[in-house]
Design a protein around this ligand. Structure first.
Ligand code: OAD
Length: 247
């Protein structure tokens, strides 16, 4: 399927107007925004969950039964991401932050590409693939070794096994990150939801929360999502193409 179509001009115009009238923006992103940087998404035709079983790689049970296998998968993803650069969509959101009075970017992505593009007020809901966490003390440290010299890597303080500092299925997103996200949604003038299938909690609730607070919501995605019907505007297209047109 060729997804490189032009987004509808009237929708672009409407989104531009809505954004111009808003000074506090809250953005939620998912794997779709990094797709044009060459980072695979989770669902869809070329999605990671077509190739791999989530329960064998992205759960605490999988990690404690086979830490080596899980780390090898993360090491492979880290190598992919290390070679990836932010795309026009990431940079457009950085520009939006520079222009607006209030801006919060909530991302489910662990690739760190929003920060690499220069975005500052970023909530990384599912953690960061460039951080490791000691399985004994819970201490988090940065680790940019690509490929990893030792699998599994060890905490540099305790020498004990470390895990990726990401949220797996069956784990809870830190409460503080959820409440910061909900506060940003309550305080914004407009919410933008980009490149997420809207299937994973708690992020899948955030668009609903925005509508419960009577906030206008714009969605940008290649496909409709379960919540598309709730939103004020849903633009079909690649985020790397649409975002620069509306900022
Ligand atoms: P998904 O892979 O579920 O969804 C990606 C979405 O982006 C889909 O709706 C695509 O249609 C859309 N998309 C793909 N390329 C796009 C592009 N260039 N421009 C715009 N949209 C595009 O990714 P997430 O919704 O982020 O969690 O998935 C949520 C969570 O599920 C992930 O954080 C991960 C995953 O399992 C964990 O690992 C815990």
């Amino acid at each position: 399927m060729n997804w490189d179509f032009e987004p509808a001009q009237d929708e672009i115009e409407k989104a531009r107007e809505m954004l111009l009238g808003a000074s506090r923006i809250c953005v939620l992103t998912g794997a779709g925004i990094s797709q044009e940087s060459g980072v695979p998404t989770f669902r869809g035709a070329d999605g990671l969950w077509k190739q791999f079983r989530a329960e064998e790689l992205a759960t605490p049970e999988a990690f404690y039964s086979n830490p080596r296998l899980v780390w090898e998968w993360y090491d492979w993803r880290r190598q992919l991401i290390a070679n990836a650069e932010p795309n026009a969509g990431h940079y457009a959101l950085k520009e939006m932050e520079d222009k607006k009075e209030g801006f919060t970017l909530i991302t489910q992505n662990v690739d760190g590409l929003h920060r690499k593009a220069g975005s500052r007020n970023v909530i990384e809901l599912h953690g960061n693939i460039w951080e490791i966490r000691c399985t004994v003390t819970g201490e988090v440290e940065e680790n940019h070794e690509v490929p990893l010299k030792e699998i599994p890597p060890r905490c540099t303080k305790t020498g004990k096994m470390a895990r990726p500092n990401v949220v797996w299925f069956g784990e809870i997103v830190p409460h503080e990150l959820i409440s910061r996200s909900l506060r940003a949604i309550e305080e914004c003038d407009l919410m933008l939801i980009v490149g997420t299938s809207g299937l994973v909690q708690p992020a899948s609730y955030f668009g609903i929360a925005a509508k419960r607070n009577n906030k206008p919501v714009i969605e940008i995605n290649l496909d409709p999502t379960p919540n598309t019907g709730l939103y004020d505007l849903s633009i079909r297209g690649k985020s790397g193409k649409v975002l620069p047109l509306i900022v």
